[in-house]
Each structure stands twice: as C-alpha cells, then as structure tokens.
Ligand binder design. Structure first.
Ligand SMILES: Nc1ncnc2c1ncn2[C@@H]1O[C@H](COP(=O)(O)OP(=O)(O)OP(=O)(O)O)[C@@H](O)[C@H]1O
Ligand SMILES: [Mg+2]
Length: 330
C-alpha cells in the first residue's frame, strides 16, 4: 500500500526525473472568440510522482481538461512538452498509450453496445487487456453486463467510465472530473473506487476536480490552477498550513453578549455576530485551544449560555480564496 508519507519520501530533488507525469513549460494558445488568441494553458510546469493521487483543482475554464488532453497526447501543446513514465506524449504516443488509462465522459460511448461488449471492444485495441467481467465485477456492475450505458444510473455510468479506463491495466490513470453531477453518496462511493485503484492496484491517478472536498480527501498533492497557470502545489495539509488563516469558533447564545468582552479572549482577532433566531458569534482565532476554555470561563462568570459550539479549521476553500481572491464556485 502506498501512503502519502511514502510518496513524500520517494520524492527526489530532481522532480522531473523518474516522474510518472512530467509537464514542462506547457503553453496552449487558442483563438479567442472575440478575435486574437489567448493562452488556455499559460506556462504550466509540474510533475506527478509514481504512486500518487494528484489532483488538479481549478474553476471552469482554468485549463484543466486542456492540460490533461495534452498529457494524454490527444492534442499537442503550442509549446512545451509533457511525458508519462518518461515517454513523450507526442513523439512516443503509441508506446505511451499502452501505459495510460483515459476516462471518457459516459455520454460519449456507443449507445448500441452492452457494457461487456464495450469493454471487450476497448480491450481489443491493446496488446494486453483485462477481461471485461473482471472489470465489471470490480465496480459492482457484473449484473449489468448486458445493459447499455443509457440504462445506468449516474453513479453507475461514472463507475463504468472509470473502469473503462482500466481495460489495458494502465500504470497511470487520468480522470477528468470523475464525480461531477453525482450526489454526495455516489461521490463517496467513487472516492473509494479511486482509492482502490491507487492503494490496491498501485496505479498513479491524475484527476481534475472543482470540488474542494474531493481534492482534499483524495489527493496526496493538489495543484491549484487558475487561468492556465499554476497557483500553488502541495499536499492539502501543506497548502492549508501555509495559509496564515485563523480558525473560527462559532457558537450561539439565547441573549446578546457584549462583543467587546469576546474581543479580549486569548487568541481572538475579530468577532462577528449575526442574529438568526439566536445570537450567533464567530470568533476568528489563531489559538482555539486557548480561546475555547477562556470562553466557557467568561460564560460562567458573566452568566451567558454557549450553545452549539463548533470550531472550524481552515480548508482548501480558504486556500483557494486566499490565492485567487475568489471562491471556486461563486
Ligand atoms: N478547442 C478549443 N478552442 C478554443 N478554446 C478552447 C478550446 N478548448 C477549450 N477552450 C477554452 O480554453 C479554456 C480552458 O478550457 P478547459 O476545457 O481546459 O477548462 P477546464 O479547466 O477543463 O474547465 P471545466 O472545469 O469547465 O471543465 C476555456 O476558456 C475554454 O473555453
Ligand atoms: Mg474540463
């Protein structure tokens, strides 16, 4: 089993050497709808380590899919180069393609073939392939082997699209927004599937997402991309701790509390309050360990109630907001 720690230990100073995926100075220029051109990918450089789940996080139009397509050899960069397992995505495309798995959007499958037939067909494109039934079994779709993609639920179709990327038993799997449009339960099931592909089957996974939680939960490292540029790259914990953002302590009280008193609690930087049936207070603090006990002490002395207390640590969402100046989804 590969853990994040092992991956970190595995990392060498020479990042691009021995990388599962290497992206160097990639620029992709497209015609602009208003005339002229623009850079959809604007000088990206990063590498993915073997055994890693690597998340590319960014808003709509950030250049995530374009970057994946360039790495997969589906389109060429305007300049720069990419490689997978040392094989150049353009010059050694044929050899590279036997080593990678590419998830297609479920809607783009032939609608007249069954799941089993589709997997057999895809498998026939490769010198070595995994038996269709084994793949379907892996994602709990064996009983649907005679079904058409159009007869699957959203979550099932998405699981199928992932397993279809595994027909050639690839070393590196690319998933472009694997859980978009799924409900939270189906999303969690898919996370388990992706973890299994990584931990259990030992495959390197590169995925794009615009769900913060997904990037945080699944990825060993996350690249934040905005306007085709790399804004940050680190482990989720590293990204969060690099951010000098405070925790927030939120509680409510049946009656109003003097905010100037709350301001004096240890660690507290700012106090916000809102009235929503009860009076809710949000203390931003760099030290919840000191703030919370002091808050209860103050409550017993000044005789106010502290209800529904929660402490929120900064999240990737805060990192994103801090770096790009906006929320991922407005
Ligand atoms: N073939 C194309 N011709 C012109 N512009 C394109 C083309 N493909 C993508 N673009 C533009 O390039 C930019 C990056 O698109 P891309 O699909 O890579 O974004 P993305 O990060 O995958 O977004 P999303 O989260 O919506 O999938 C967008 O502004 C898009 O409109
Ligand atoms: Mg995309």
């Amino acid at each position: 089993m590969t853990t994040a720690t092992q991956i970190r230990q595995h990392s060498s100073s020479d990042e691009l050497q021995g990388a599962a995926v290497a992206v160097r100075d990639v620029l992709k220029t497209y015609p602009h709808p208003d005339g002229g051109t623009f850079n959809a990918v604007d000088g990206l450089t990063f590498s993915v380590r073997p055994g890693e789940v690597f998340g590319i996080l960014g808003p709509n139009g950030a250049g995530k899919s374009t970057t994946l397509e360039i790495i997969e050899g589906l389109q060429g960069p305007t300049s720069g180069a990419t490689s997978v397992l040392g094989l150049d995505s353009q010059r050694e495309k044929t050899a590279m393609k036997t080593r990678i798995g590419v998830q297609l959007q479920a809607s783009s499958y032939f609608e007249f073939l069954t799941l089993e037939e589709l997997l057999q067909l895809f498998g026939s494109f490769y010198p070595h392939s995994v038996p269709a039934q084994q793949l379907l079994d892996k994602v709990g779709l064996l009983d649907k082997r005679k079904a058409l993609v159009g007869q699957l639920s959203g979550g099932q179709a998405q699981r199928f699209s992932i397993v279809a990327a595994m027909v050639n038993d690839p070393d590196v799997v690319f998933l472009d927004e694997p859980t978009t449009g799924l409900d939270p339960q189906a999303r969690r099931n898919l996370w388990e599937l992706v973890r299994g592909i990584n931990d259990g089957d030992g495959k390197t996974v590169v995925l794009t997402t615009h769900y913060m939680e997904e990037a945080e939960q699944l990825s060993h490292r996350v690249a934040i991309v905005d306007s085709g540029r790399l804004q940050a790259l680190d482990t989720p914990a590293g990204l969060i701790s690099s951010l000098a953002t405070d925790h927030s302590v939120v509680f409510s009280s049946a009656r109003p509390i003097a905010t100037d008193g709350l301001n004096t609690l240890p660690g507290v930087a700012t106090v916000r309050n809102r009235v929503n049936g009860a009076h809710t207070y949000e203390l931003s603090t760099r030290s919840p360990k000191e703030t919370v006990p002091a808050l209860f002490q103050m409550a017993s002395i000044r005789r106010f109630e502290v209800d529904d207390l929660t402490v929120h640590a900064p999240t990737l969402e805060d990192v994103f907001l801090n770096i790009t100046g906006r929320r991922l989804r407005d």
